[in-house]
Design a protein around this ligand. Structure first.
Ligand code: GDP
Length: 463
């Protein structure tokens, strides 16, 4: 156990619900819960079996008044989420019963849990590693089924197993190399050298393959940030609405942010598409008109993908060309809207004028829905290079993991160069150790308070 405190929190979201859960974890959980729980004629908690539900009431031990009717579950260490003694009380799902119950357990000596502290304890007590702890949050926040699948694979230890196998490989190589340190007069024999270099190349190749998965897979965790741009009246807001009607993704609100106001999530074949600045797209007030394309152009810079819309029923204007200029170096899809109206220019013309650098041009009608399916397929394929529905093997979705793998790869390559350049064995060993440490950061075998704070501060209280 890493901490003496017993922590408590409301583990369900604020608001009304069928039930709400107050959770306790730590060595005093049972003692504290028993003080406020009343179940007539029943056995003391110490004689209770673990993982069995008990019916009863929460009452205020000072006033003797009943606070709520609850179902209580004891989960004894180590068979619990945190590997500590855990008690969960299923209260009625309203703010007052929950808050009052929480106040009572705090008054009995529990401490209010910090964000993510239950999961942090699960990590500190060795039930899950760091990449699994991160997967808990990814799972909670997943917006499409594909994102959920990736998160649950990671939570089940897929990435951990891969990283651990690579670390084992490196540890073997390291042990082989370090054996020579004790015999400085010996040179590494040519045969062993060849073998060591092969082994290093093998690990290096696997690290590279993992890194490659990040290019596609990261979008499933972070969302693909997409800007819909075009001059006023080309149909940006009509397109957004048409997509939202059919493909709005589940949105998990993040407390304390106004993200949901300015962003929408769409589910494009499992890919969470984050539409940026939806306020700007929808706001067709005079002020926005006056601003012309300026506002819509601002979101281009940080976008992974730009959908540029033009009105095919009208001649192109200087504003349209301004849009084209701005997206020249971005990943983009050009969309000619209002294809239900007589065209004011031909497709060839637009390709020649707007897309000399081989962009694809799609014709749609946002109001009638023509071409939307094609647009969605185009979004998917323009951003995901090698994505297969029936994937095999693990993928990297988290930028922290990506950086660690890159660093590990770099040190490993340095070690390989040192080996091939007949440099001192200590140098090779040092680089290998460095590579091992970097991989260790992913699973939390090597960690700092700084890394932990960054990860767990993102969680909500009660998880
Ligand atoms: P925004 O300013 O770019 O967001 O454009 P809007 O979505 O507000 O559309 C401007 C006008 O064009 C509205 O009157 C829409 O009904 C109309 N419009 C949008 N898409 C289409 C389309 O595919 N066909 C036709 N005929 N009209 C459209």
């Amino acid at each position: 156990m890493f901490d003496e405190d017993t922590i408590a929190a409301i583990s369900t979201p604020m608001g009304e619900g069928g039930i709400g859960i107050v959770r306790l974890s730590g060595k005093d959980s049972l003692r504290i819960a028993e003080k406020i729980f009343f179940s007539p004629g029943e056995k003391a908690f110490q004689d209770r079996e673990s993982h069995k539900v008990i019916y009863g009431h929460v009452h205020d031990p000072v006033s003797g008044k009943t606070v709520d009717e609850v179902l209580l579950t004891i989960m004894r260490a180590p068979r619990s989420y945190t590997r500590e003694d855990v008690v969960e009380m299923n209260c009625h799902g309203g703010m007052l019963p929950l808050r009052k119950t929480l106040e009572l357990v705090l008054a009995q000596g529990a401490r209010l849990a910090e964000p993510g502290e239950f999961t942090k304890r699960a990590f500190m007590n060795g039930r899950i590693d760091l990449s699994q702890a991160e997967a808990v949050l990814d799972l909670i926040r997943s917006r499409t089924d594909e994102s959920r699948k990736i998160a649950i694979e990671q939570l089940k230890g897929g990435l951990s197993a891969e990283i651990t196998a690579l670390r084992d490989g490196l540890t073997d190589i390291c042990a082989n190399i370090e054996a020579y340190i004790d015999f400085p007069e010996d040179e590494i024999e040519t045969a062993s050298k060849k073998e060591l270099s092969e082994s290093m190349k093998n690990v290096s190749g696997k690290l590279l393959s993992l890194l490659k998965t990040y290019e596609d897979a990261r979008f499933f965790r972070e969302g693909l940030s997409t800007a819909i741009v075009g001059r006023p009246n080309v149909g940006k807001s009509s397109l957004l609405n048409a997509l939202i009607r059919k493909d709005r993704a589940i949105v998990t609100e993040m407390p304390g942010t106004t993200r949901d106001v300015i962003e929408e999530y769409l589910n494009i074949g499992g890919l969470p598409l984050r539409i940026m600045d939806t306020a700007g797209i929808r706001d067709s007030s005079d002020a926005a008109e006056k601003e012309g394309v300026a506002r819509s152009l601002r979101s281009i810079e940080t976008a992974d993908l730009v959908i540029a819309i033009f009105d095919r029923s009208e001649q192109l204007t200087s504003e349209d060309f301004e849009v084209i200029e701005k997206i020249r170096n971005k990943k983009r899809i050009l969309v000619l809207n209002k294809c239900d109206l007589p065209p004011a220019f031909g497709d060839d013309e637009i390709v020649a004028r707007l897309a000399p650098s081989s962009s694809r041009v799609l014709s749609i009608s946002a109001t009638r829905g023509d071409g939307l399916q094609e647009l969605k397929e185009s979004i998917f394929s323009s951003c995901l290079k090698d994505w297969k529905e029936e994937r095999e093997g693990v993928v990297v979705t988290n930028v922290r993991h990506k950086h660690a793998i890159e660093a590990a790869q770099k040190s490993l390559d340095n070690a390989l160069k040192a080996l091939e350049g007949n440099q001192p064995i200590e140098i090779i060993a040092m680089e290998l150790r460095d590579s091992l440490d970097k991989l260790g950061e992913i699973v939390g075998a090597v960690t700092t308070e700084d890394i932990l704070n960054k990860i767990f501060n993102d969680f909500c209280i009660g998880k």
